[in-house]
Design a protein around this ligand. Structure first.
Ligand SMILES: Cc1ncc(COP(=O)(O)O)c(C=O)c1O
Length: 375
C-alpha cells in the first residue's frame, strides 16, 4: 500500500489507543505516563469525566451555529477569560496559529504600522503570518518569501531590543517561556525593559500564551508573574483540554479596530468548543487549583535538582525543561521504552508537560525514570 498521509511529522511508532488521567495505553496494552499531554493540551488529562460529560451534554444540544448568530457561550467564556485582568474583549478561533494571526492583524490595523519585533527561538505557528513571526529559520525554509515585516531580536537582550525598535514599530510579540524554542523563560530585567519600551514609545505588546496560558505555569496566565502587561494575549492548546479552540484577548482600547467584517472564522468558538473550554477554565481558574499546580511544580523541580544535580532545569509551573547531556531523541526513546512519554524542545532540551492534575506519585515515577536514563 502506498502511504496515504503526508510525511510532515516525525511520528513515533507507538499507536496510542486509550487514556485515563496521566496514563495512556498503546495497542498492545502497554501503559505510559504521558508527560507530553498532547504538547501542553490535556490540561486535565485524558478522558476526564467532567469534560466527557460536558462534551456529551453539549453534543446532544447544539454543535454549531456559525458566527452569524448570537453566541452567549462565547460571551461567557470571553468574560471568564478576561475577568480580574486588565483585558476586556475576546475573539475565538481554532488554534494557536490562528490566534496569533488574529493578533498580528489586530496590531497592524490598530496602529496602521506593520513592523513587528519577535525573538530568536520563538515559535508562533505555521500559517504565513505566524510562521513569519517565528524566529527560527528552519521553520521558514523553502517557503519564502515570508512576510517580511518581522525583525528577530535575541531573546533577553535589552540592548538589541532597544536598537531594533523605532517609530515604525507596531508591536513586540513574545512568549513568556519560549516553549518549542527550548523552554527559555523571559528574564525579569527583559520583561521590565519590554514594558518600559512599549509604554514610552506607544508600541503594542502581544504575549503569546498559547503554551503558557490556562494555568500551565501556576497562574491563569504566565504574564501575571512578570512585569509584562500585554495589550493582546493569544491562547489555544490547554484552553479546550483536548478539544480544538484558540482565543485572542485584548484591551478595551483595541475594541474598535476589529469591527464587523474585519476578521472571522467559520468554526471558531462554536458551542461545542466553548462549552468544553468553559468547563476547563471554570475548574482551573480557582485559587486552590492554581496553588496545587505551583506546589507540584516546586516539588518536581526540587526532586530533579536533588536527583540530577548536574543538570539545568528551567521553566515555570508545569512547563519545565531539562538541559540534556545525551541526544534528546535517545532520551525520549529510552523513556518511552520505560513507560514515560516525553517531548524535546530546541536543540538539547527535554520538555516536561504533564497534565495539570498529575499526581505527586506520577511526578515521582517520572523522575525515577529520568534518573535511570540521565543520572
Ligand atoms: C507559543 C506557541 N504559539 C503558537 C503555537 C501554534 O499553535 P497551533 O499548533 O495550535 O497552531 C504553538 C504551538 O506549539 C506555540 O507553542
Amino acid at each position: 500500500m502506498t502511504q496515504a498521509l503526508f510525511n510532515n511529522y516525525n511520528r513515533r511508532a507507538i499507536h496510542l489507543v486509550k487514556g485515563e488521567g496521566t496514563t495512556v495505553y498503546d495497542e498492545n496494552g502497554k501503559a505510559y505516563l504521558d508527560f507530553v499531554a498532547g504538547i501542553a493540551v490535556l490540561t486535565l488529562g485524558h478522558t476526564n469525566p467532567m469534560l466527557v460529560n460536558a462534551m456529551k451534554e453539549q453534543s446532544e444540544k447544539l454543535w454549531h451555529v456559525s458566527n452569524l448568530f448570537a453566541n452567549p457561550e462565547q460571551e461567557k467564556l470571553a468574560a471568564t477569560l478576561v475577568e480580574n485582568t486588565h483585558l476586556a474583549h475576546g475573539f475565538f478561533c481554532n488554534s494557536g496559529t490562528e490566534a496569533n494571526e488574529a493578533a498580528i492583524k489586530l496590531a497592524r490595523k490598530h496602529t496602521g504600522k506593520h513592523k513587528m519585533i519577535t525573538f530568536l527561538h520563538s515559535f508562533h505557528g505555521r500559517t504565513f503570518g505566524a510562521m513569519s513571526a517565528t524566529g527560527q529559520e528552519k521553520v521558514h525554509a523553502g517557503f519564502g518569501p515570508i512576510v517580511e515585516t518581522f525583525e528577530y531580536v535575541p531573546f533577553n537582550d535589552v540592548q538589541a531590543l532597544e536598537a531594533a525598535v523605532d517609530d515604525e514599530t507596531a508591536a513586540i510579540m513574545l512568549e513568556v517561556v519560549q516553549g518549542e524554542g527550548g523552554v527559555n523563560p523571559v528574564s525579569n530585567e527583559f520583561a521590565i525593559a519590554i514594558q518600559r519600551i512599549c509604554d514610552e514609545k506607544g508600541i503594542l505588546l502581544v504575549v503569546d500564551e498559547v503554551q503558557t496560558g490556562i494555568a500551565r505555569t501556576g497562574t491563569k496566565y504566565a504574564w501575571e508573574q512578570t512585569a509584562l502587561k500585554p495589550d493582546i494575549v493569544t491562547l489555544a492548546k490547554g484552553l479546550g483540554g483536548g478539544f480544538p479552540i484558540g482565543a485572542m484577548l485584548a484591551k478595551e482600547a483595541l475594541f474598535d479596530s476589529f469591527g464587523p467584517g474585519t476578521h472571522g472564522t467559520t468554526f471558531g468558538g462554536n458551542p461545542m468548543a466553548t462549552h468544553i473550554a468553559q468547563t476547563v477554565v471554570d475548574y482551573v481558574f480557582t485559587d486552590e487549583f492554581l496553588a496545587d499546580v505551583q506546589s507540584k511544580s516546586t516539588y518536581f523541580i526540587q526532586l530533579l535538582n536533588e536527583k540530577l544535580p548536574a543538570l539545568e532545569v528551567r521553566g515555570m509551573g508545569l512547563l519545565l525543561g531539562i538541559e540534556s547531556p545525551l541526544p534528546v531523541a535517545d532520551v525520549i526513546q529510552a523513556a518511552e521504552d520505560k513507560g514515560l512519554l516525553l517531548v524535546g524542545a530546541g536543540e538539547s532540551t527535554i520538555r516536561l508537560l504533564p497534565p495539570l492534575n498529575v499526581k505527586r506519585q506520577e511526578i515521582e515515577r517520572a523522575v525515577d525514570i529520568l534518573v535511570s536514563i540521565l543520572g
